[in-house]
Design a protein around this ligand. Sequence first.
Ligand SMILES: [Zn+2]
Length: 443
Amino acid sequence: MSYISRRLAPVTVIILMGVGATACQQQSVAQVEPGAATVLTGLRIIDGTGGAPVEQGTIVIRDGRVVAVGVLSDDQIPAGATTIDLAGKTVMPGMIDAHGHVRAENDQMPVREDLLRRLRVLADYGVTTVVSLGQLANGETLELAKLRDEQDSIGDLDRARIYTSGPSIQGQKSAAEARESVAQRVSMNADRIKFHMADGGNREMSADTYGAIIDEAHKGGYRTYAHIFSVNEADEVLDAGIDVIAHSIRDQDVGQALIDKIQARDVAYIPTLTRDLSVFIYEGTPAFLEDPFFLRGVSLYHEEIPTLTSPEHQQEIREDEDAQAIKPALEQANRNLKILSDAGITIAMGTDVGGGGGRWQGYFEHVELEMMVEAGLTPMQALVAATGAAARVSGLDHLGTIAPGRVADLLVLDANPLDDILNTREIHSVWIAGRRIGADDTN
Ligand SMILES: [Zn+2]
């Protein structure tokens, strides 16, 4: 594959900013200046909406955004554009992890550097956006919010986009405390709110308390996520007005009454199957630690491997009742994912990566997709969960699908993931805001 090398022309933001998607598409025909556009051709396009893939498709990108997509006629290709032949490849939107974590965990390096290297590993795996639902420290939250505020204006962004809830709210004793805790996160510049229904299995917040969290968050226009485990907890947060259920329901089959409640307010459901896998899988040494695709992230992952593979740690997991209890809980999670998906509930891909030992940022998003398909979703349903649906659930309307006006964050694959979901691992290239990352200084 040879790439025609040419720098993007100086950004002409004014033309595109402030106009709607349709206007962008129309302008792409007549007003694109020579050299200002990048055109990707010959692609199978999975656009992230769930619609049938386009064969032999073309994507026109300008100023980091898609301006036209589909089987385009010659007059839709701007004269003088940089054309890149990607015949035989499949493109999908860059993945969005709707429930991950990005935390500074290495005290040997500056916070910002630690956060950035994690975001770069995510991007290298084709995860171009991560919603971090739970920080450990306030300084970390402030730094992530800074990175978020910078990302839309960086022309050569080389890492995943980040959004953050700040620290998850846990164990508040009163509605007043709950409201204050929301205000603290807003003052840290968080962009959404997350809370735990239970704190370590007990000290559950009262309905008044978590209700106050949701109410206070909604007053400020913030989407609110709940960490839950059971049908009852899900039922309670639904009554209180939750927007997103951030983990699987893992104690019993979801019944029709709960499905109706979820549907009535179009609440989204994030399974985080790999989170549960990570709780018990290190009772032994999982084979994937040798997987070349896992090793792609080893520059980051190596710090955790010695602990996870030590005989002492493995024995601890084997003897830990809570860890062992997650095995049947994961089976239940798989069943409920299929039930909810079949019922038409919006499913978003989320993993809890970075939220504990052995939850690999980058690698586990691909494993999550594999597990979703094993649970009974079609590859297309899993891909939508990781792209268009994840964007919608996360309130990120500029991301998640390949459509005029959307940011051109793309994952180009050597094989078709609709044939086999494992083909999301056949990464040809990752593009952020219309630029291929990791490729010298072109495109
Ligand atoms: Zn989490």
